[in-house]
Write a protein that binds this ligand. Structure first.
Ligand SMILES: [Fe+2]
Length: 221
């Protein structure tokens, strides 16, 4: 019998979910983003969001925006091998504040290519983000088939869980940055902590320049 490992199986047509990090931001930047801006309640999540939908366009946090976009470009151009002629840029960016019993129901981000979340507090202390497989994405068996699996997944040595899990829970640390295709469904667990507030910065992106050629040319300004 020849053991089958990750070397023998490819995650064919898989969704690229990236967890990277940025260098720590300054205490001034942290104070500005968490307590220096106005927040308001929003309908799609039981939490607070910044009033400003372009929060990283403020010169006070220009360095934070640069650190984030450097990683977005590394993900797209460096890892995913997108042609470097394409220029990706941040469209909207906003802060999220989750206090006791706050959460975000499952959603995706409209009018965006790649979305991301920068973590400013430790999710171990508050609530995880959950990534959900789209029901239309049949990667092994349809969602109507429930084959039983082992209770324990050895996530350190093999990635077989990628094929049979319908959701993945992540517990990011401060300055971790999660990047994913914007149509990816995600939610935020309930923050049951009385005294710990969960702060995250979310953003969307688009591309400008010339895409494609001949009759398929598209120029985005
Ligand atoms: Fe989101």
């Amino acid at each position: 019998m020849n053991p089958i490992t990750d070397n023998h199986v490819v995650p064919l047509f898989a969704v690229p979910l990236c967890k990277t990090k940025i260098d720590p931001i300054t205490s001034e930047e942290m104070t500005y983003l968490t307590t220096g801006i106005p927040y308001k309640e929003r309908l799609h999540s039981i939490a607070y969001n910044s009033v400003d939908n372009y929060i990283l366009d403020d010169p006070k946090v220009a360095d934070v925006k640069k650190k984030v976009m450097d990683q977005v470009n590394e993900f797209l151009l460096g890892y995913l091998d997108v042609d470097p002629k394409h220029e990706f840029y941040m469209t909207t960016s906003w802060m999220n504040r989750y206090q006791k019993n706050h959460y975000a129901q499952m959603h995706y981000h409209s009018n965006s290519l790649i979305s991301g979340v920068l973590y400013l507090t430790d999710c171990e202390d508050t609530a995880d983000i959950v990534i959900h497989k789209d029901k239309s994405n049949t990667n092994i068996f349809t969602d109507t088939i429930n084959i039983d699996h082992k209770d324990f997944f050895d996530t350190d040595t093999k990635r077989s869980y990628l094929y049979h899990q319908r959701e993945m829970r992540l517990s990011p640390k401060p300055f971790d940055l999660i990047l994913f295709p914007s149509m990816t469904n995600h939610s935020v667990d309930l923050n049951a902590q009385v005294d710990k507030t969960r702060y995250t910065l979310a953003f969307n992106t688009w591309v400008r320049g010339t895409i494609g050629d001949s009759t398929s040319t598209l120029v985005l300004k």
